[in-house]
Design a protein around this ligand. Structure first.
Ligand code: GLA
Length: 420
């Protein structure tokens, strides 16, 4: 009888935790679409603590972020103590996380969300806390014990190597050690590699982790450079996107860094362009604002289901720059799983621009690399939905004309008018 009661209690415990625990996929099955979540760095730097993270988890649920698909809550640099403990274990910062990391992870999980941490492939993190080098397996076990579902792994304080081939090998091997450690710890952890595109991660990243940063850090501006930090346009232009897109696909993504949407320094139109560009380029959508106090305008952008759907499209093909129209309007194109396409018309200029896009003159848009094409003719037309206005704005029968304010984008989805 006693045994039976215990069994019932055990089953009940599993059932209760089963409700709250996110499903555990295997390493290889993660990030089939780009990861979505929040990261503490862009707004809070190292000034993070248990209450903040709990409040962010609450806000995910109450403000509709969870429903929109945001899933991971990730603590960036500063969550750890300045020293490892006597056994070499990584330990939480005693004032910021007095109840330990597992308590925070449990809270995040209790909301049906997933939990992530930051560490670094060097001997110290970028903010000077202990790094993972030489402790990879020990740390991976600790993360598994705490219930970590996501690891962002940085590149500060690694060895300075000059030769490019050696640099690439060193970076690839460093990240591979951590990837092995995560697998050995037997918990499915999404591995977000952050070596800023400095060792050609697009060449080797897909075989190692789930995403790789392509650039130095973003900061909250549309067009500008500040030291090693870059604005939206600089990140967009830093590498040949045509080269980058070839390396990405389900399970492995180019990471253009955390979003600055909602942070001071960007206008409404800039926020919309930034978000839509990251979405169609299949970058992870990791929020970087203070979601607890975001404006309705910011919330509307970040929870725009039509834009998010472009990012989460199961085909996983990253957009490409199709052409530049006269007067700095760039056209970006992304093939989608339903045979429709997304197009983004970006006004890069500081002045308003009016453009016309004549579908019948274009005839077709071709993605050579992924062998996709969309053709426009009298027989084959598409309905056009403006995804920020949330309404249909005609069809490809007639040329599309629109006026874009400074840094504004028109983001449209083309849908076949023919029933299948
Ligand atoms: C680097 C990374 C940032 C952030 C900081 C933390 O600069 O690129 O995203 O993680 O370190 O110190």
């Amino acid at each position: 009888m006693k045994k039976n009661l215990l069994t019932v209690a055990a089953i009940a415990a599993v059932a209760v935790s089963g409700v709250c625990q996110p499903t555990q996929l295997k390493y290889e099955e993660l990030a089939k679409t780009p990861q979505m979540g929040w990261n503490s760095w862009n707004t809070f730097g190292v000034n993070i603590n248990e209450q903040l993270i709990k409040d962010v988890a609450d806000a995910f649920v109450t403000l509709g972020l969870k429903d929109a698909g945001y899933e991971y809550i990730v603590l960036d640099d500063g969550w750890m103590d300045m020293q490892r403990d006597a056994q070499g274990n990584i330990a939480p910062h005693p004032e910021r996380f007095p109840n330990g990391i597992k308590a925070v992870a449990d809270y995040v999980h209790s909301k049906g969300l997933k939990f992530g941490l930051y560490s670094c492939a060097g001997w110290k993190t970028c903010a000077g806390y202990p790094g993972g080098q030489g402790h990879e397996y020990q740390d991976a076990l600790k993360y598994a014990e705490w219930g970590v579902d996501y690891l962002k792994y940085d590149w500060c304080h690694t060895a300075p190597i000059r030769d490019m081939a050696d640099k690439e090998t060193y970076a690839r091997e460093s990240y591979t050690v951590m990837a092995h450690a995560l697998r050995e710890a037997k918990r499915a952890v999404l591995f977000s590699m952050c070596e800023w595109g400095s060792n050609n991660p697009w060449k080797w990243g897909a075989a190692v982790g789930h995403s790789w940063r392509t650039t130095g850090d973003i900061y909250s501006t549309f067009d500008g450079v500040r030291g090693y930090s870059f604005g939206v346009l600089q990140i967009l232009d830093m590498h040949d996107q045509n080269m980058l897109r070839r390396a990405a696909g389900p399970g492995s993504w180019n990471d253009m860094d955390m979003l600055e949407v909602g942070n001071e320094g960007l206008t409404l139109h800039e926020n919309q362009s930034h978000f839509a560009l990251w979405a169609i380029l299949n970058s992870p959508l990791m929020l970087g604002n203070d979601v607890r106090s975001m404006t309705e305008e910011t919330r509307a952008i970040l929870t725009n289901k039509d834009i998010i759907a472009l990012n989460q499209d199961t085909l996983g093909i990253q957009a490409f720059r199709y052409k530049t129209l006269s007067d700095s309007v760039e056209v970006w194109a992304k093939p989608l799983a339903d045979d429709g396409w997304a197009l983004l018309f970006l006004n890069r200029s500081k002045a308003p621009r009016t453009f016309t896009f004549d579908w019948s003159a274009e005839q077709r848009i071709v993605d050579d690399f992924f062998h996709k094409e969309i053709a426009f003719s009298k027989e084959k037309t598409y309905k056009i939905k403006d995804l920020y206005a949330g309404k249909e704005i005609g069809a490809t029968k007639k040329p599309l004309t629109a006026k874009l304010a400074q840094h504004q984008s028109l983001v449209v989805r083309l849908q076949s008018t023919k029933k299948k």
